[in-house]
Design a protein around this ligand. Sequence first.
Ligand SMILES: [Zn+2]
Length: 312
Amino acid sequence: MPELPEVETIARGLAKRVTGDIIESVWLGQKKEPLKSPASEIAATLEHGLIAAVHRMGKHIVFDLERDGGVARALLPAKGRRASTKRKPSKTTSGRASAIAPSAAGDSARPTQTKAQWIVHLGMTGRLQVCEPRDEVLKHTHAILKLSSGRELRFVDPRRFGRLSVASTGFDATGIEPLEVDLVRFLALFHGRKTPIKSALLNQKLLRGVGNIYADESLFRAGIRPRRRASTISREQFGKLFLTVKEVLKEAIALGGSSVSDYVDADGKEGFFQLQHRVYGREAEPCLVCKTAIRRVVIAGRSSHYCPKCQK
Ligand SMILES: [Zn+2]
């Protein structure tokens, strides 16, 4: 599952590639799960939208769109206004070209705002690919956005935990951005909580986007056991954790930056250069600091890894 650094890397890669492009038409697949907003609303919001920016919020990728409803409507051929949401992608170039048609949103459903947002959550296996139209349409493609540059932006998701939605403006993921939070707010979020610190770190209503791997790695570097109740952790230790959470996320983002294009384009995660884990996934292996065997415990249904000597 992509975590915050991966999503940040993907968002940056997409920003480089598609900012300034215009979404000419949208094809949406038949599967309902990936569509968090109604298909007609997604299509009506995206079509003819200029991609003004792409950025990350928590683990969401947010496309800021600017639209000019009047011009877009005038350019839309009347016979093109038919439902395009019930068709399956065709494997052939010619078949697919005809499958991409403006949606049947109609004038009344067309939003009047000039700004809008397209929000993508990749879930477990979701990918956004910038493709040439001739590139094979992969199985499990749920959305194809035809861009004015001639390329296509496709959403592919075999397991269908990913979600596509639209918002007028001001989409706000819950929680506070871990790279932006200051120490005072960080302390206020966790101080006095009776839950294990690991569960609190994973709670998206507190910090958004800190996943299992980076929670374990941050706790190791701060010398705090994942099961420790937040209420028993000193201010000084919290001060350390505040720094290590940012440190591991920033390191992972810096590493990911070098393989942006591979990740966005390629199918699979092969190209993604990961942070070397010090505890995560290293059960029974020697601690890199003290050589004690790393332990694994399950907290709130998630595997947690720690060094029993380095972490208290
Ligand atoms: Zn150790």
